[in-house]
Design a protein around this ligand. Structure first.
Ligand SMILES: Cc1cc2nc3c(=O)[nH]c(=O)nc-3n(C[C@H](O)[C@H](O)[C@H](O)COP(=O)(O)OP(=O)(O)OC[C@H]3O[C@@H](n4cnc5c(N)ncnc54)[C@H](O)[C@@H]3O)c2cc1C
Length: 573
């Protein structure tokens, strides 16, 4: 029970009144602990107090789904540090099971309350760093109290105990990163899992033709996916959908997203940004000069649009924590915008992305061009090569890279990280052609997939080739364009775009007389032979355009458009 104080609260006077100053940090995980340890390295004299309301600091929240699924067996592996070790090495005063319940910027004090016995006290600060993270979104749906969250070690312990009781069915509400990781891990634990997502697709940072590949992977692994339908109620045994269906659910996990935790910022009267996060400047300082904020709670500067955005990712929180420590220690650092680079494992697939997707560019009215490719992660003659789907979005005038997405197996992480690095460095799309990237057959190809994107962007930006996106095909065919499938006859026989004529690339010069005057819309399996055929047709005086990403992208786009992800369950990776 929380006991209310009857007299004046005890005030711990900080070293700010002496020769060293006190920095109080709220939240002892990604952003908070990065700030604390960095500051100690820069300032041995500072009195650094980290206040954390749970029983753990510096825990690997990103590993929690894998603990629930038993992939990470020992809970201790999630605890990267303990208060004792942090004191030993960094002389940090870490106070777990203690919540900051108030901030008074005027008197430079925070109010603390023990989550164990409710005792209260007040702590002075010279500088305050807020890293309270996000709050799970819990919509006002009847019965939602039954829905479990996965944010803390304590949440994971509770969920793990439920999983050990061997429930037969689980519904995961929300098909974002954490929802899909949770679905995979519950499935590994032998539970029949359904993922429900009100958006029309899983993983909304991906465009539909890539998201559908992730959905196919979920289906291939026995996870039921319900997209485009909202949950309207949760009963003791089921989840009720807006279309009236009722899904049996011994266990329900909610992963609908997080919103910035601004409770302390509100109490302190700090400015809030347009997206509902704490507003900070390039150094992480809030509207109060002695209060900083980092991580999921704050608005970030977006590297593509330049405006404010919310990015709830660990890398960003860690970087911000370090930068804030630098600023407190008097080191000037340039502001670092966020590209929102993210990655997730879904069974045997990896999905990764950076920057903006097509949907967001379109909504913002920003012109763009896109390229789809389906490269192999390394030389195909070396055993174990895996194919991926890669998409690049760039400015049609100056080639600025606006975003990239990939779904595949091994090597997806590397390509997206290279592209994110290029974006940060201001390397334009055509510049990717000239990157010196490491190559040996087990790792890549002499022309790395990223170099290939550069070649393709160069061709488009120079006007040398003109590509067609899958959603343009039907319109062009209706206008009278002849659809040519330039793959081999054997490939054509395995299926083609309706209305296509088989015109194998190697016979094209010979067959041209029989193909009519054009104009030609050319495609192959992934776009490469189609490009060669298009260039040949141009040389011979015909009008021709190549289908971006070939039949593979077209099929994915069609599956996304028609809601038939199952048709991709055995894709030709
Ligand atoms: C299950 C899960 C998986 C994730 N996986 C990934 C991933 O794979 N990759 C990735 O980039 N990101 C991932 N994230 C997101 C990532 O963990 C967050 O972006 C990151 O931890 C944010 O750091 P933060 O410091 O802002 O907040 P957090 O790390 O959430 O830390 C905030 C801490 O502040 C404490 N706190 C809040 N209010 C108070 C208060 N008033 N007093 C005292 N303490 C308080 C909270 O208890 C919490 O421990 C994952 C998150 C979760 C929950």
């Amino acid at each position: 029970m929380i006991t209310e104080p009857t007299g004046p609260l005890p005030v711990e006077h900080g070293a700010g009144e002496g020769p060293s100053r006190r920095v109080v940090i709220v939240g002892g995980v990604a952003g908070g602990m990065s700030a604390a340890t960095r500051l100690r390295r820069l300032d041995e004299a500072a009195d650094i107090v980290v206040v954390e309301r749970t029983g753990h600091v510096s825990y690997a929240n990103c590993g929690l789904p894998y603990f629930v699924g038993g992939v990470i067996e020992d809970e201790d592996d999630l605890l990267l540090q303990t208060p004792g070790r942090l004191h030993e090495r960094f002389r940090l005063d870490v106070r777990v099971d203690t919540e900051v319940v108030g901030v008074d910027p005027g008197s430079h004090t925070v109010s603390l309350r023990s989550t164990l016995d409710g005792s209260e006290s007040t702590l002075r600060f010279d500088k305050l760093v807020l890293s309270p993270g996000g709050v799970s979104v819990r919509p006002p749906i009847p019965g939602f109290d039954r829905v479990r969250s996965l944010r803390t070690v304590e949440d994971a312990q509770r969920l793990s105990a439920v999983v050990e009781a061997a429930p037969r069915s689980a519904v995961v509400i929300g098909a974002g990163f954490i929802g899909l990781e949770t679905a995979e891990n519950l499935s590994h634990a032998g539970i029949g899992v359904t993922v429900v997502e009100s958006a029309p697709q899983v993983l909304s940072p991906l465009d539909p033709e890539l998201a559908v590949l992730v959905e196919a992977e979920l289906l291939a692994n026995g996870v039921v996916v319900e997209t485009g339908v909202a949950v309207t109620a949760v009963t003791p045994t089921a989840v009720v959908l807006a279309d009236g269906r009722s899904l049996p659910a011994d266990l329900v996990v909610g992963s609908i997203g997080v919103r910035p935790d601004t409770r302390l910022a509100d109490l302190a009267g700090l400015a809030i940004g347009p997206n509902g996060g704490i507003a900070v400047d390039g150094c992480g300082r809030t509207s109060h000069r002695d209060i900083y904020a980092v991580g999921d709670a704050v608005e970030k500067t977006d590297s593509v649009g330049g405006g404010s955005s919310l990015v709830a990712l660990a890398n960003v929180a860690n970087r911000q924590g370090r930068r804030v420590a630098d600023h407190i220690a008097g080191l000037a650092r340039p502001p670092a915008p966020s590209t929102g680079t993210a990655i997730v494992k879904v069974f045997t697939r990896t999905a990764a992305m950076t920057g903006w997707n097509e949907r967001r560019l379109r909504a913002a009215g920003r012109p763009y061009r896109c390229i789809h490719s389906h490269p192999w992660n390394h030389a195909t003659y070396y055993p174990g090569a895996e194919q991926m789907s890669l998409k690049l979005l760039f400015d049609p005038f100056d080639g600025t890279i606006l975003g990239a997405q990939a779904v595949g197996g091994s090597g997806v992480d590397k390509r997206i990280d290279v592209l994110a690095t290029a974006m940060t460095a201001g390397i334009a799309a055509a510049g990717l052609a000239d990157l010196d990237l490491a190559y040996a057959p087990p790792y890549s190809s002499a022309k790395d997939p990223v170099n290939m994107l550069g070649y393709m962007a160069e061709n488009i930006l120079s006007g040398e080739c003109d590509v067609v996106e899958p959603d343009e095909v039907a319109g062009l065919v209706a206008e009278g364009w002849s659809l040519l499938d330039v793959r081999s006859p054997a490939e054509f026989d395995t299926g083609s775009i309706p209305g296509a004529t088989s015109a194998p690339l190697d016979d094209l010069r010979h067959d041209l007389a029989t193909l009519g005057p054009g104009p030609f819309l050319v495609y192959c399996q992934v776009g490469q032979r189609g490009h060669t055929a298009t260039e040949l047709l141009h040389e011979l005086g015909y009008t021709a355009r190549n289908l971006d990403g070939g039949l593979t992208t077209w099929r994915a786009a069609e599956a996304a458009r028609t809601g038939t992800a199952r048709s991709l369950v055995r894709p030709a990776w």
